[in-house]
Design a binder for this molecule. Structure first.
Ligand code: ZN
Length: 86
């Protein structure tokens, strides 16, 4: 189960998701107030979300198990590193 934050484009459309393993990882992400374009700030508990494939927690790097772990590599997870210019 994942905790999720949304990434929106200039028009407010949802374009990507950032996944966390826990609410504390979600809260601690951007602890220095780093503003990343389109990434919503922590807005309260938004957890217990099913993910289809394994994804990496943006906070601590732990793997959040998807419910369909038997399928091949999903290939694409929310690439928040690109947004931060890393
Ligand atoms: Zn985490």
């Amino acid at each position: 189960m994942a905790h999720i934050r949304h990434i929106e484009d200039d028009t407010g459309d949802l374009v990507d998701l950032v996944y966390f393993c826990s609410d504390s990882c979600n809260q601690d992400w951007h602890p220095d107030g780093i503003v990343v374009k389109g990434v919503e700030p922590y807005g309260g508990w938004y957890g217990c979300q099913e993910v289809e494939y394994d994804v990496e927690c943006a906070g601590c790097g732990d793997i959040i198990e998807g419910y369909d772990a038997d399928r091949p590599d999903p290939g694409e997870v929310a690439d928040w590193r690109l947004l931060r210019g890393e």
